[in-house]
Ligand binder design. Structure first.
Ligand code: DX5
Ligand code: ZN
Length: 216
C-alpha cells in the first residue's frame, strides 16, 4: 500500500490549519514534520509545540522526522506532542538502543533514517525493533532540492533487507510523481513530498498521482 506524507516544511505557515485540512481532505495518509536543530543539519525549523498545536486540528498519522543531534535529549519534549511515529537519524545517535526503547515504552512508533552517504547496512541490527526506515534522497536540511537518483539501488537493497519485517520504507527529498515512481519500482512505499504538494497548482492531483503508483 502506498502512503503519502506531505511535508509541512513547504506549507504556507500563515495558513497552517487550512493547509493541513486541504491535504487531509485530498487523501494524504501521514503528515510529515521536519524538526531541525541547526547542528545536525545547517537549518532551523520548528519544535514540539508546533506539532502539538497541529494535533488539535488533524487526525492524520503524525510522522515526526527529527534532524537533531542526540535526539534522546529532545524526546521528553516530543513524547506528549501527539506524534504517532518519531524517526531519528542513525548518524545523530550515540545510543540508538536507548532511543528505541524510550519510544517503545511510550507506544510511539520508531523510525531510523540514514543520510545519502550512510550505508543501509547499519540498520541491520535494529530491524527487529523498528517500524520505519527513512532513506534520504537529498542531503537533509532543506526542502526543494533535487532528488538523488544514486539512491535508487540503496532503496532496492533496503527493501530486500527489510522484506521479512513489518517495516515501512519511506523516501524523503525531491519526491514528485516522477521520482516517486522510480522509488516505488525499487520498493519504497511511503512518499514524503513538500514542494511537489504544497507548491502545486493542484495539490490534490499530486496526492492522487502518488497514490496511483500503487495501482499501475
Ligand atoms: C529535508 C526534509 C524533507 C523536506 C522535503 O531535509 O527532510 O522532508 O521537507 O522537501 P521536498 O519534498 O520539497 O524535497
Ligand atoms: Zn523530512
Amino acid at each position: 500500500m502506498i502512503l503519502v506524507a506531505p511535508s509541512l516544511l513547504a506549507a504556507d505557515y500563515g495558513r497552517l490549519h487550512q493547509q493541513i485540512n486541504m491535504v487531509e481532505n485530498a487523501g494524504a495518509d501521514w503528515l510529515h514534520f521536519d524538526i531541525m536543530d541547526g547542528h545536525f543539519v545547517p537549518n532551523l525549523s520548528y519544535g514540539a509545540d508546533m506539532v502539538r498545536q497541529m494535533r488539535t486540528n488533524s487526525s492524520l498519522f503524525f510522522d515526526v522526522h527529527l534532524m537533531v543531534e542526540e535526539p534522546l535529549n529532545f524526546l521528553p519534549m516530543f513524547e506528549h506532542c501527539g506524534a504517532d511515529q518519531i524517526t531519528v537519524h542513525y548518524e545523530a545517535c550515540s545510543d540508538l538502543p536507548a532511543v528505541i526503547s524510550y519510544l517503545r515504552q511510550r507506544h510511539i512508533k520508531v523510525g531510523i533514517s540514514v543520510k545519502p552517504q550512510t550505508s543501509e547496512e547499519v540498520l541491520q541490527p535494529f530491524l527487529h525493533d523498528i517500524d520505519n526506515v527513512l532513506i534520504m534522497t537529498v542531503e537533509p536540511g532543506f526542502g526543494g532540492q533535487q532528488f538523488m537518483p544514486d539512491m535508487l539501488p540503496k532503496i532496492k537493497r533496503t527493501a530486500q533487507m527489510i522484506a521479512e519485517h513489518k517495516i515501512t520504507l519511506e523516501v524523503d527529498g525531491g519526491i514528485n510523481p516522477q521520482t516517486a515512481e522510480l522509488c516505488f519500482e525499487n520498493g519504497a512505499d511511503v512518499f514524503v513530498a513538500g514542494n511537489a504538494i504544497f507548491k502545486a497548482q493542484n495539490p490534490a492531483e499530486i496526492i492522487r498521482q502518488l497514490h496511483q503508483l500503487g495501482e499501475k
